[in-house]
Design a protein around this ligand. Structure first.
Ligand code: SAM
Length: 287
């Protein structure tokens, strides 16, 4: 194994491969930020880590030799070949040359619940990557991702804010999420158009919701934020065919005023509403 002091050299910015926009390639060239991102995952010698989109190894070089197993998932032919060659002598590093959205965590490890995931990911597939990691069970133990700053805001901002929506409810109903650091555009080559943030997502362990509750919540979230200009009670009447009386009963039972718009409800409120709707449905079905 390589010790931390023998970090693999990264090409100088002017020696980086020509970036492919279609693959969201913006290489992180600030070594201090690379290190801070990797440290925020708290990698340990017993850990299995999957890195999404390692590129030329900006994060990889701080990880290799520090964890028990490191799996690199890279779609770019040239970069995957380069990583294969670079790590050929290191049995703890494995390269999977595939689209990460087609890789199941079970392809990566026998123990997905212990897996740590890290990546400076292509921004155009941020949401599908997040959902592929979180809308499944078991979820990984820890996830650290560089995302567009606006996406970090959408995940982290409180209910009632302009950016709060389906993404915040989806992530925060199953995990704790926090911002690790903001990263300026100048830390990348080529310099991207947007600002970035690193977020750390820690899935609840054990999960707080039953699988059927998670499905009910996803359905409700989709219905609610598909029509975010409407009052929540109107959405429930339309999407769940509730009568005004049934909406009133729900409000009384939950102690929630459903005349507000969906973006003013916390993830916890969404969970309570979804569970009540599911039990209402069960009661109806038994009649
Ligand atoms: N980690 C490197 C860094 O920080 O400099 C590269 C980051 S770059 C923003 C995104 C990386 O993801 C690129 O290496 C790109 O080739 C790779 N990539 C793009 N789409 C991918 C996909 N669907 N599956 C796996 N890797 C992908």
């Amino acid at each position: 194994m390589t010790s931390r002091r023998e970090l693999r050299q990264l090409p100088y910015p002017d020696e980086l491969p020509r970036a492919k926009r279609s693959l969201g390639q913006n290489f992180l060239v600030d070594a201090n930020i690379q290190r801070r991102i990797v440290d925020s995952l708290e990698p340990g010698p017993d850990d299995e880590v999957m890195e999404i989109g390692p590129g030329v190894g900006a994060l990889t070089r701080h990880l290799a030799g520090r964890v028990r197993r490191l799996v690199l998932v890279e779609l770019d032919n040239g970069l995957a070949a380069r990583l294969q060659a670079e790590f050929a002598g290191d049995p703890s590093v494995e390269v999977i040359h595939r689209d990460v959205l087609e890789v199941e965590l079970e392809d990566v490890t026998d123990d997905p619940a212990s897996l740590k995931v890290i990546g400076n990911i292509p921004y155009n597939i941020t949401t599908p990557i997040l959902f592929s990691l979180l809308e499944r069970r078991p979820r990984p133990r820890e996830i650290v991702l560089m995302v567009q700053r606006e996406v970090a805001d959408r995940i982290l901002e409180p209910e009632g804010s302009k950016t709060y929506g389906a993404l915040a409810v989806g992530v925060r109903s199953v995990a704790d999420a926090k911002r690790v650091l903001n990263v300026s555009r100048e830390a990348f080559r080529p310099i991207p158009d947007v600002m970035s943030s690193v977020i750390r997502i820690t899935p609840h362990q054990p999960p707080r919701l039953e699988p059927h509750e998670e499905i009910a919540l996803r359905n409700l979230t989709r219905a609610a934020f598909g029509q975010r200009r409407k009052q929540f009670q109107r959405i429930l009447r339309d999407a769940y065919h509730l009568s005004p009386e049934q909406v009133g009963e729900l409000e009384a039972k939950l102690g929630i005023d459903l005349r507000d718009r969906p973006e003013t409800f916390s993830p916890e409120a969404f969970i309570r509403i979804a569970n009540s709707l599911a039990s209402h449905r069960d009661t109806e079905a038994q009649r």
